[in-house]
Design a protein around this ligand. Sequence first.
Ligand code: SAM
Length: 428
Amino acid sequence: MNVADSMRVASSLEKLGYHNTEKPAEADVIILNTCVVRQSAEDKAIGRLSSLKPLKTKNPDLVINLMGCLVGVKDNPKLKKRFPYVDVFSPPSDPSPLIKHLLEKEGKSHELDETLTRFAYMDGDLVIPDTDQGNLVSSFIPVVLGCSHACTYCIIPYRRGIEKSRDPQEILSEAHALVQQSVKEITLLGQIVDRYGLDQTDYPTLAGILRRLHTIDGLERIRFLTSHPNYMTDEILDVVADYPKVMPHIEVPIQAGNDQVLENMKRGYTNQQYRELVAKIREKIPGVSIATDIIVGFPGETESQFQDTYDLLADLKMDVAHLARYSPRTGTVSERRMEDGVPDEEKWRRFRLLEDLQEGIATEIHATYLSKSIPILFEEKSKKGRWRGRTETNKLVFVESNEDLRRQVLPVTIDWTGPWSMLGHLTN
Ligand code: SAM
């Protein structure tokens, strides 16, 4: 989501005549787009922000813009006091405070309303920033902003605001604009992307949006993330099964395998219901890959409750498991009402157990691709000089070739597989 937001800001700044520089010391404007989903992300953002102070001291004309979840959607006087050298504070997904500041600074405040209105109209006409022009094969479109679900551990609803689906027309014209700029793959984004349209009376569902995107000539692949198990409808799964451009890859977090922990997290489903959902996804979409997210060490999680999560992962054999150690986030229900009682070393131990388990599972799943010829969409050359691409199931594949493979979907025979990637050669 932050990558998508950053692209929008870069594109808006280019419309004002700014362009990208690699060196912070040469910049007139520095934007720090932040994530605070875990303490480690927040620490990193604060560290980077502190490192910008000497630049501002040296060049008081420099405009520093702090953006994203560290700022949040509400006014944040404490943050402003703590970082007086920051010129502009912007909530997630919103370049307008920075645009306003820059226009006022340039004495163009009379153009402000007109420019912001124009940008709002152009919203569905996203232009890829200069640095990505010609390179970008795959791009994101946020379709659900914010989140209203309120899982007890999660800070996102507090920082990204309430759930709001974007206008379907805006999404479609943005997709057309990206395809005209040679993008081949679009990933629709939302904290709970399968809730798309449910907060509005007259919007299509996610399945409806996928069907409409499917008609765009030149668009090869469509993905969406992240889904919540409770909103994963048969309609969505049928579209994935029946529409060839909609890729057979579902990201649907479980978070924990124990019912009491799931209830404490306020996730709204049980271990059994999740198992049934995974069985249904696999039945409807043969060859599908499924990714999940898991948090270990949630307040009060006992050894046997953790074992339920371990057993669930061992039984279901997911393609990918994004693992996290519970991190208390200020203001969330779990931080206010539950003791962060699982010691850090125990969280690490549980994390590593799942990591090892998942490594074995992924190795086993990937081995089934050996010697098969499968379509790969090539994105770019890696640092080692190999072409990097992805399977329909979102697995990384590297291929040696002197030809320019970028943007092409080509059959590749898989020669080697490991837990995180595969190697292959172009099928003759
Ligand atoms: N909205 C999606 C969902 O929860 O279904 C995923 C978005 S969130 C940015 C990505 C992941 O971060 C979550 O799925 C969760 O596993 C993890 N996460 C969120 N809050 C956390 C916390 N307080 N401590 C550790 N991990 C956390």
